[in-house]
Ligand binder design. Structure first.
Ligand SMILES: [Zn+2]
Length: 390
């Protein structure tokens, strides 16, 4: 295929191309450029480097006399070290081509595609949806739709709030045999902190789905030199946003205490913005669910899904607090397939993915068409957004 003829691209060839590019967060230059060109060639007006984020964009097309505005969110970042094992290549293809399809079928309305880099939180624009929301990217949007691949079809995904933090400890180096009394070990501070977090786990709210995972990224060089620097990275998660703030405070208290104990110093840096929990919209979820079910696909009910323990986190969750939004999940791998794995890497370019991709494009496009032509539905979704139920 001639890569300069962007009209030649279809959803599958785009998905495969982005899988090949395998660009990590904030560096998705080839992926975003290819998508921008495809959208431009399909009649969308494209603004590149949207809101000052180099690999973000905003593409839009107004049909008829405008009316409501739907934004599809495209992700295209790969995971460091493994590639497209989260299937974001399919997120890009699904949302871009659903937008193109919808723009040809609606009579009135505005279809927008926003490129949202670095969902995995690797680079400078980690959690770009949060940065975009802060910069007002969703202010003129009535509805946000998205689609993420996984091991089942679903219309409501809970998410844990998460904040990554990096703690750097500063100690005093010294000869470990000749002058051990003069050394202050930054590694000891890191290990004490790691251990104390293990103890904290027993004394947290059981209903708040607390998850705390960490690594020691730096811990010294030679065994006979007291490490004067160590770096610890922790991810702190909870399904309760308010309680998450309490956990952050308790984590910092641990760091403080461990520094007193080891006579070291610390600095804490938050890596990227806080990923939020999801604000559910049952009207919207049920609306999308009906469209999927009408194709003979099994989808758990929203109520059933809400009872499950939330697993991951996403910056899409933050968008649900700003505008009525839904990221549906579509199946590309057998139930229970581990994600961010070699299996999901292969699933993201498998025949199953190809089949689901065309279905999900139809689903998203149909949702857009129905939403645009149904004022009652739009009001119901908006009302629930403003007055959430339970
Ligand atoms: Zn993902």
């Amino acid at each position: 295929m001639a890569t300069n003829n962007f009209l030649d691209y279809n959803p599958w060839t785009l998905a495969i191309k982005i899988h090949e590019f395998s660009e990590v967060g904030s560096s998705e230059f080839m992926s975003s450029e290819l998508i921008e060109n495809i959208l431009e060639n399909n009649g969308f007006r494209v603004e590149r480097s949207y809101k000052g984020i180099p690999t973000s964009f905003r593409a839009e097309m107004t049909v008829g006399n405008g009316g409501s505005t739907i934004a599809f969110l495209a992700e295209y970042d790969a995971l460091m070290g493994i590639g497209h094992a989260c299937g974001h290549n399919l997120i890009a293809a699904a949302n871009v081509f659903a937008a193109i399809d919808a723009s040809r079928k609606i009579r009135n309305g505005k279809i927008v595609v926003i490129g949202t880099p670095d969902e995995e939180g690797t680079g400078e624009y980690s959690g770009s949806k949060i940065l975009l929301a802060e910069k007002g990217a969703f202010r003129d949007i009535d509805l946000v739709l998205g689609a993420h691949p996984g091991s089942e079809w679903n219309v409501f995904g809970q998410a844990l709030a998460v904040q990554d933090v990096e703690v750097t400890f500063k100690g005093q180096s010294s000869h470990e045999a000749a002058n051990p009394d003069q050394g202050r070990s930054a590694l000891d501070a890191a290990i004490l902190t790691y251990t104390a977090v293990n103890m904290l786990r027993q004394h947290v709210r059981r209903d708040a789905n607390v998850v705390m995972h960490g690594v020691i990224r730096e811990g010294g060089g030679a065994s006979n030199v007291t490490p004067d620097r160590s770096v610890l990275v922790f991810g702190i998660r909870s399904s309760d946003l308010d309680y998450h703030a309490v956990l952050m405070k308790r984590f910092e208290n641990i760091v403080k205490g461990c520094c007193i104990a080891t006579e070291t110093e610390y600095t804490i840096r938050r890596i990227g913005p806080l990923f939020s929990t999801v604000k559910p919209n049952r009207t919207l979820s049920n609306f999308i669910r009906e469209i999927i079910v009408s194709r003979g696909i099994e989808v758990p009910t929203v109520e059933d899904t809400m009872k499950r323990l939330p697993g991951g986190s996403t910056d899409f969750a933050n968008v649900t607090h700003v505008v009525p939004s839904l990221e549906l999940h579509f199946q590309i791998a057998p139930h229970g397939t581990p994600w961010h794995s070699k299996q999901s890497l292969e699933a993201a370019r498998s025949p199953e993915a190809k089949k689901s991709l065309s279905t999900v494009i139809e689903v998203l496009s149909e949702a857009a068409q129905k939403y645009m032509s149904d004022a009652g539905l739009r009001k119901k979704i908006r009302d629930e957004f403003e007055r959430p139920v339970g």
